[in-house]
Design a protein around this ligand. Structure first.
Ligand SMILES: *[C@@H]1O[C@H](CO)[C@@H](O)[C@H](O)[C@H]1NC(C)=O
Ligand SMILES: *[C@@H]1O[C@H](CO)[C@@H](O)[C@H](O)[C@H]1NC(C)=O
Length: 310
């Protein structure tokens, strides 16, 4: 009886420790009963995690920057590298996060140069100095995911593909598929365009997590503990991806000077043209006056000659 109790206790302990892991984050460290998991996001800086949900992108980016600084792999040893994997370096910075995982509206990457970001942590203004004002964190309410899949042996049925993608978004990324507003498929380009949208004003769902997990799934390696590949099955055929492009649509349009810059450039060009035209006009008038004077003197001289002759 005693040994049975010991056995049960041991079994329970083993079971508990086996269960103490973070499904949604492979770099997490977990410990204790109840199981608690955290992520190292700086020197001795531990971010507690809720591993039943996807981890906020801001925490993930912070951890990635920390790992990059430490020379730790942001990949996982033994994980199968994806042939087409290329490192996602652009857009990564060391972000400032709120305690709930939201990005702070203003980001400086530990430098004097700052910019404003949206809820996906993506820059939406020009860069400025430390005194730059970012009044609010503008919400990304729509992400467009452009996925390119690898060649398949058999044709992919568009209708089945669409439902497989929507299911994957719900199961793998824990986002209700009602948010998948549209999926288009271009068979020849092997391109799947997925629009994920939420209502303006919705602050419950966070589209950036799902997009970031998917981006990592396609470009590098999964962030999930098990590192199972993202390969939705379409009519028994596994679909693999070779590239992803994410577009962000915010509730308020970004304020890059891009559009204004073109406006500015046009204004400069117009001013230059006007200046040149004005210069030419002045030159022309001056010359005409000069010639008129010359002709007048000529006439006068002629008159004088004629008068002296007569
Ligand atoms: C963790 O995430 C799950 C799933 O989104 C949620 O139901 C739960 O309330 C969260 N727990 C905490 C402590 O925030
Ligand atoms: C942030 O700083 C790191 C170096 O500390 C640099 O590698 C990275 O490119 C910077 N990111 C941005 C967006 O400025």
């Amino acid at each position: 009886m005693k040994s049975l109790v010991v056995l049960l206790v041991v079994a329970f302990a083993v079971g508990a420790s086996a269960q103490c892991k973070c499904e949604s984050m492979k770099w997490a460290t977990c410990d204790g009963t109840p199981c608690e998991c955290f992520l190292l996001v700086g020197n001795g800086e531990k971010q507690p995690l809720n591993c039943s949900a996807l981890i906020p992108k801001c925490f993930l980016m912070k951890a990635e920057m920390y790992r990059a600084r430490k020379g730790l792999s942001t990949r996982t040893i033994g994980g199968k590298p994806v042939e087409t994997a290329f490192v996602d370096n652009d857009g990564i910075y060391d972000p400032e996060c709120e305690s709930n995982g939201l990005f702070k509206a203003k980001q400086c990457n530990g430098t004097e140069e700052c910019w404003c970001v949206n809820s996906a942590g993506v820059r939406r203004t020009d860069k400025g100095d430390k005194n730059l004002k970012c009044e609010e964190l503008v919400e990304t309410h729509w992400v467009r995911l452009e996925l390119k899949h690898k060649e398949t042996s058999a044709d992919v049925d568009p209708a089945q593909l669409k439902s497989a993608i929507a299911d994957a978004i719900q199961q793998r990324y824990q986002l209700d598929k009602k948010f998948v507003s549209d999926i288009q498929y271009d068979k020849n380009a092997r391109l799947i365009v997925v629009d994920v949208k939420k209502d303006i004003g919705d602050r419950k769902e966070d589209l950036s997590r799902m997009a970031y997990y998917m981006e990592k799934d396609v470009k590098v390696l999964p962030l999930f503990k098990e590192e199972l590949k993202f390969e939705p099955s379409v009519a028994g055929q596994k679909l693999q991806f070779e590239n992803i492009l994410v577009y962000y649509v915010d509730e308020k349009a970004p304020t890059f000077t891009m559009q204004r810059l073109t406006g500015g450039v046009i204004a400069v060009i117009v001013v230059v043209i006007l200046a040149v035209v004005a210069g030419l006009v002045v030159l022309y008038l001056a010359r005409r006056r000069e010639r008129a004077k010359y002709e007048k003197t000529q006439v006068r001289e002629l008159d004088e000659i004629q008068q002296s002759l007569s």
